[in-house]
Design a protein around this ligand. Structure first.
Ligand code: HEM
Length: 239
């Protein structure tokens, strides 16, 4: 919530300067936009994460082992630990690539007539960037249907930049919350992995991850997982 406190303070500072850019009636929609754009996307990514960890126990164990070795027991991970967590970071990137929570980014409109690869797009046309097809293109990601965090690791074991990886879109309209979202995903995901192991209930069929539900975001198909407390083995709840 600190972020919103800072934002609201900055907004009122601007208002006091009376530069005519802001009007107090903009405040509520602005905070609402940030909350919706930021919460739904981040929560949906974490929802997918709990499903993928249940489906890929080897990946989940590797993340937990890396966390234990780098952070130790009894302390929550912080952003300062990130450089020691390359496999965990690669796992989050691979989740974002394969889950595509914002598959069509945000609809935009051409401000002028544009020519793109021989197609003429008139001024005022609604355009969407198809991030899904980029993330699922074998030209950029070998065997794109396969969940494989190692694709984001170089030979030196460090996280490598992949040009076609764009869950936050690209260019001038790239998500303004990218840095905040990356930090949130790291902290929430590592905290989940520190305290819980996700498992499919005994005998439950594995959901088909290619059958996500498309609304404002692409969310996972209906599924049930057990969040098993790592210290006691208690099941927190079935999600
Ligand atoms: C996993 C989390 C997130 C993902 C995957 C994501 C993805 C995206 C994408 C793909 C766009 C469209 C960019 C374009 O049109 O090319 C976008 C726009 C936007 N995002 Fe995010 N986002 C996330 C988190 C956040 C957070 C935490 C905030 C703010 C607190 C935020 C605020 C916004 C806003 C305000 C826009 C619209 C920007 C504009 O119209 O220029 N997002 N986001």
């Amino acid at each position: 919530m600190l972020f919103f406190r800072d934002l609201v303070d900055a907004f009122f500072d601007e208002l006091e300067e009376e530069n005519g850019v802001n009007d107090v009636s903009h405040l509520l929609p602005m905070v609402a936009d940030l909350l919706t754009a930021g919460m739904e996307t981040t929560a949906t990514t974490l929802n997918w994460a709990s499903l993928y960890m249940a489906l890929y126990p080897d990946v989940q164990r590797k993340v937990q082992d890396e966390l234990e070795a780098a952070v130790g027991k009894g302390r929550a991970p912080t952003l300062a630990d990130v450089p020691k967590l390359p496999f965990t970071e690669a796992t989050i990137k691979e989740l974002q690539r394969i889950c595509n929570v914002a598959p069509l980014a945000v609809p935009r409109m051409t401000a002028t007539d544009v020519e793109l690869r021989g197609y003429r797009i008139p001024k005022g046309t609604q355009v969407c960037m198809n991030l899904y097809t980029v993330h699922m293109d074998p030209k950029y990601f070998a065997e794109p249907e396969v969940f494989n965090p190692n694709r984001f690791l170089g030979d030196d074991g460090k996280v490598q930049k992949m040009e076609a990886f764009a869950p936050f879109s690209a260019g001038r309209r790239v998500c303004i919350g990218e840095q905040m979202a990356r930090n949130e995903l790291m902290i929430f995901f590592t905290t989940m992995m520190t305290h819980f192991t996700f498992k499919l209930p005994e005998g439950a069929p594995a959901p088909d991850t290619s059958k996500g539900k498309l609304g404002i975001t692409l969310s996972p198909p209906d599924f049930e997982v057990l969040a098993v407390r790592r210290t006691s083995g208690d099941i927190l709840e079935s999600i």
